[in-house]
Design a protein around this ligand. Structure first.
Ligand code: M6R
Length: 352
């Protein structure tokens, strides 16, 4: 059942700290600064393709950046596009990111990769799923069953699992920091759940016809995910952009009627650039909601702030996303939408 929550989606949002702990359990040795995924064997890939759809694709876009930063050429593909102009595969490892393990587009991309000689790995929530059975390897995200059509806890757990995978197959210098960041992640998510003011933001902007989400680097897939969640459960137009792309076209759509959610954490060059993009939308009178840890001066240009704790950047992306899950949820709730079963959508899309 829904354990007292109005919707499975809200229940699953609240299950995230536990889901994340389950994902990490037994897989990290904090003292040694090492990750143990022994059951995966020796993968040592020279290149990585990630194939996925929807929310899982956003996790893949995030993960491709982790592998790239560790020096492994990596690219995320929409599974439905993968086979149409197949990229050179060499001896790449092809990772299918799929909660259900049954998504037809993802299965067919993985089959295509295997046909062309690639090794395949399923990162999935579902033991015994088709993806898990057909791939050479499987890594389970251990989020527990997800009933709501909107993927929430499984996105967070995919991100955690892909962080572990990146640590296990690359030797990055900052492994210890990342591991301690991951250890802090469940608590940081709990803090958001306990303190979020997302319902107030939802109240303020429930009548908007269109919402924009912007972020750079690891926050770019979070912008995409924030927009997807908003459109699928509120039925309103929402778009996520790489912050730097706004001025290349979408800025023409920005008016006082388009709330812009800007994800900005830390105070590095990336943050400074995104703050610059926020100034551009603020100058067009757009309401700005900054999702921020307060390290930069983005709040000066924002109408509202959704706070996230000061964490490792990899973790900040996940906690920022939890704030956006809550904004989408509360907006849909106020609009009386069918949150757990949005119109036209299925939990698992088994046709191409
Ligand atoms: O089961 P999968 O992760 O392969 O599903 C892929 C998408 O259909 C899925 O992530 C979809 O976008 C979400 N339900 C949206 O919330």
């Amino acid at each position: 059942g829904k354990s007292g929550y109005d919707h499975f989606m809200l229940k699953e949002i609240h299950e995230q700290p536990r889901a994340l702990r389950q994902c990490l359990r037994g897989r990290v040795d904090e003292l040694a600064g090492q990750v143990d995924l022994a059951d995966l064997g020796d993968l040592s890939p020279r290149g990585i393709h990630l194939v996925a759809c929807g929310t899982s694709y956003h996790a893949a876009v995030y993960a491709a950046q982790l592998f790239q930063q560790a020096g492994i050429p990596a690219q995320a593909f929409l599974a439905s596009e993968y086979a149409t102009s197949p990229p050179p595969i060499g001896d790449a490892l092809v990772i299918g990111v799929t909660q259900s393990g049954e998504t037809a587009d993802t299965l067919s991309a993985l089959r295509e990769a295997r046909k062309r000689g690639a090794r395949t790995l399923a990162v999935t929530n579902t033991v015994g799923s088709t993806a898990a059975r057909e791939c050479d390897h499987a890594m389970y995200i251990r989020a527990g069953p997800e009933i709501g059509v909107a993927a929430t806890k499984t996105f967070s757990s995919q991100i955690a699992a892909l962080n572990l995978l990146a640590l296990a197959i690359t030797s990055v210098g900052d492994a210890r920091e990342v591991i301690s960041g991951l250890r802090d992640l469940p608590g940081a998510v709990q803090e958001i759940l306990d303190t979020s003011t997302a319902r107030k933001i939802a109240e303020a902007y429930r009548d908007a016809e269109s919402y924009f989400f912007i972020g750079r680097g690891l926050h770019y897939p979070v912008a995409l995910e924030g927009a997807l969640k908003m459109k699928e459960i509120t039925y309103k137009h929402a778009e996520g952009f790489a912050a730097g792309e706004l001025k290349h076209g979408p800025l023409a759509l920005v008016t006082q009627d388009t709330p812009v959610f800007a994800i900005v954490t830390g105070d590095d060059e990336q943050a400074t650039k995104t703050v610059g993009n926020v100034k551009e939308v603020e100058a067009r009178d757009a309401p700005v909601v900054a999702v921020t840890d307060g390290a930069s001066d983005v709040e000066r240009y924002a109408d509202h702030v959704l706070e996230v704790p000061d964490t490792h950047r990899r973790v900040a992306a996940v906690v920022a996303n939890v704030q956006l899950q809550l904004v989408a949820y509360h907006t849909a709730d106020m609009l009386g939408r069918s949150i757990d079963k949005p119109r036209n959508l299925a939990k698992s899309v088994t046709v191409e």
